[in-house]
Design a protein around this ligand. Structure first.
Ligand SMILES: CC(C)(COP(=O)(O)OP(=O)(O)OC[C@H]1O[C@@H](n2cnc3c(N)ncnc32)[C@H](O)[C@@H]1OP(=O)(O)O)[C@@H](O)C(=O)NCCC(=O)NCCS
Length: 193
């Protein structure tokens, strides 16, 4: 994983700008029930990334990184996180919203799928976030039709924490919404073991 280089950003642009016709295959699996990138939105996002790469303007805890093949440096995808809930200050009686981060992962080219990139990237990203950020848990949300993403959670020792049955409709079929999570102590014990 690395901070975005201009070459990574141009590779990302090719994957997120909508094709002339249809959709990219990765979009059939990546939250297909949410609104897709428009060309304008995708180009704006990539142009913003280019400016930040030029200035080295990244937050202390990175919110996204490029995933590249470590042998060749070839761009293959990205990891990200977003706030499920932002923390609040603890009140006198010890009540607060805790920092709650949700992970994102995409390996764009179908010819790169099932080669191990996704599992390794999510493991590195989980390590990175537990090392650099507060919070006792991390999780990600996916759907039961995304077999690769569900398999990664199981492989990395995440717990299936929620399954909302028949909560998603994709191309005419009903699927479950699924959340996989891991606690800091579980992750550390697994690493130590
Ligand atoms: C889901 C995704 C991240 C998986 O990444 P990946 O690089 O293929 O993952 P890995 O190679 O580490 O594979 C992990 C496991 O899932 C399996 N797997 C991957 N894709 C699969 C698929 N489409 N169907 C069934 N199993 C699959 C792999 O065989 C492997 O299992 P194994 O170790 O038991 O053999 C990738 O396919 C992707 O980015 N898809 C498009 C975007 C997306 O769906 N993002 C997630 C949004 S929630």
């Amino acid at each position: 994983m690395r901070d975005w280089t201009p070459a990574d950003i141009e590779a990302l642009r090719r994957w997120i700008v909508p094709p002339e016709q249809g959709v990219h295959k990765w979009q059939l699996f990546d939250g297909p029930f949410y609104a897709r990138w428009t060309a304008e939105g995708a180009n704006g996002w990539c142009d913003g990334l280019l400016r930040r790469a030029h200035d080295g303007d990244w937050p202390a805890v990175r919110e996204h990184l490029a995933v590249v093949d470590s042998a060749t440096g070839r761009f293959v995808g990205q990891v990200s996180w977003y706030w499920e809930e932002r923390p609040t200050e603890e009140s006198a009686d010890g009540t607060a919203l805790l920092p709650w981060r949700r992970l994102g992962l995409a390996i764009y080219d179908p010819s790169d799928w099932s080669a191990g990139y996704g599992t390794e990237a999510l493991a590195l990203w989980t390590d990175y976030l537990f090392r650099t950020a507060d919070g006792d848990r991390l999780d990600y949300a996916t759907w039961s039709g995304n077999a690769g993403m569900c398999r990664i959670g199981a492989k990395l020792g995440f717990t299936e924490e929620a399954r909302f049955r028949k909560a998603r409709k994709v191309r005419g079929e009903l699927y479950d919404a699924v959340v996989y999570g891991v606690l800091r102590e579980e992750w550390e014990a697994r690493r130590a073991g």
